[in-house]
Write a protein that binds this ligand. Structure first.
Ligand SMILES: NC(=O)c1ccc[n+]([C@@H]2O[C@H](COP(=O)([O-])OP(=O)(O)OC[C@H]3O[C@@H](n4cnc5c(N)ncnc54)[C@H](O)[C@@H]3O)[C@@H](O)[C@H]2O)c1
Ligand SMILES: [Zn+2]
Length: 355
């Protein structure tokens, strides 16, 4: 598969990825290599990765416990301390081998250590391949507020090897799929339609679906790296999705939702809003709703859940001047950004979701 050029770094795929990495190591005089992993990628991905690495340099592996709850500044402090103890300097290279938690956190650690050292992302979940590792956003959560602290800074390269997906649990695969569906809905109608009949998808050809998703994300980010306009389209499904995700996370009576599971609900709700703003028609809405519902289990909302979810919306960092701004689809494959939506319509969307 052909490499994709991002703003100022390449994205290499499968066998080409390791070739490119080894050339990069030869061409740059690094002092040491630090590989940041979580407990799962240390177990499942390190054994696959290390044999490809051709280098005489010392390699140190830094592991933290898996899970979004550890994507915080305390974990960063621990890693900055370990880097310091192990003698990391400005010429050290950090390789982030893991899902979005590792790439987000590892990218932030590298971007801030000694005012920034080189880093490379090797995403190992579907979500991190098609979304988190592309676009230069790094950061950590602040309490329940997702990605509240962070920087935009790009890696030297992103290496996507789909073989890592072999050990990714099914529910995590479904979570990543939500971002692929989103890429179709906001940017490429034909791509969206390929997911409508999941049974007919040739999974041997799943690599090309991943490739197209990376291409879409990259094309959007290249046009608007700092999220002034078109990059906001990537927030489709996320305005409500994030609030739902946070609410389920902090509510003891609810099972925690994976990111993509919350986004899937968010995309149905925000499509309903698009319908009511006459941006899509009934047929398009029912195609989206039934398409998404055929992949994800229904999430149960009670009447009393909705008010606190609306309150959480206010904390969404994408709010500007206190207004909640939505990116809504304007016909499948196109998007309209900066749309304000009255609370009443959001409530209607929740009621429709339940029906
Ligand atoms: N920076 C961005 O632009 C951006 C975009 C989207 C999402 N994100 C962030 O990404 C994170 C979610 O990413 P995620 O879904 O990859 O979560 P994750 O990193 O927590 O990975 C999910 C689970 O899979 C495990 N895992 C990872 N690779 C594995 C493998 N190959 N085999 C077996 N298990 C494996 C992990 O240990 C974890 O338990 C969130 O924190 C989100 O905010 C960032
Ligand atoms: Zn997302």
């Amino acid at each position: 598969m052909q490499s994709i050029q991002a703003n100022s770094y390449p994205i290499h795929f499968n066998e080409k990825a390791y070739e490119a990495l080894n050339i990069h190591l030869k061409e740059n005089k690094y002092s040491k290599i630090f590989i940041i992993v979580d407990s799962n990628t240390n177990e499942f991905c390190i054994p696959k990765f290390l044999p490809f690495l051709e280098t005489e340099l010392t390699i140190e592996i830094i592991e933290f416990d898996a899970g979004e709850v550890n994507k915080n500044i305390e974990t960063c402090v621990q890693i900055w301390n370990v880097l310091t103890e192990l003698g990391a300097d400005r010429k050290s290279l950090i390789i982030n081998l893991g899902g979005g938690v590792v790439t987000d956190l590892g990218g932030f650690v590298a971007s801030t250590f000694k005012r920034g050292i080189d880093f490379i992302h090797i995403p190992t979940t579907l979500l991190s391949m098609v979304d988190a590792s592309v676009g230069g956003k790094n950061g950590v959560d602040l309490g329940n507020l997702k990605n509240q602290i962070g920087v935009i800074n790009v890696p030297k390269m992103v290496l996507i090897d789909t073989e890592y997906l072999e050990t990714v649990p099914q529910n995590e695969m479904r979570s990543g799929l939500a971002e692929m569906l989103k890429h179709g809905l906001i940017y490429d109608k034909d791509y969206w339609e390929q997911f409508l009949d999941l049974k007919s998808i040739d999974f041997a050809d799943f690599d090309s679906l991943i490739y197209r998703s990376v291409e879409i994300k990259n094309e959007i980010v290249i046009q608007d790296p700092t999220e002034k306009n078109i990059r906001k389209s990537l927030n489709f499904g996320h305005t409500l999705g994030h609030a739902i995700e946070s609410y389920f996370l902090e509510n003891e009576n609810k099972t925690t939702l994976l990111h993509g599971e919350a986004i899937a609900v968010g995309m149905i709700l925000e499509s309903f809003i698009s319908l009511h703003k006459k941006l899509i028609n009934k047929e398009e809405f029912s195609e989206i709703k039934s398409g998404i519902k055929s992949i994800y289990n229904d999430i149960i909302f009670e009447e009393k859940d909705i008010e606190p979810i609306l309150e959480l919306l206010i904390h969404d960092k994408k709010n500007e001047f206190g207004n909640i701004q939505f990116a809504l689809i304007d016909g499948i494959g196109k998007i309209k950004i900066n749309q304000s939506v009255e609370n009443e319509l959001i409530l209607k969307a929740f009621l429709d979701y339940k029906s």
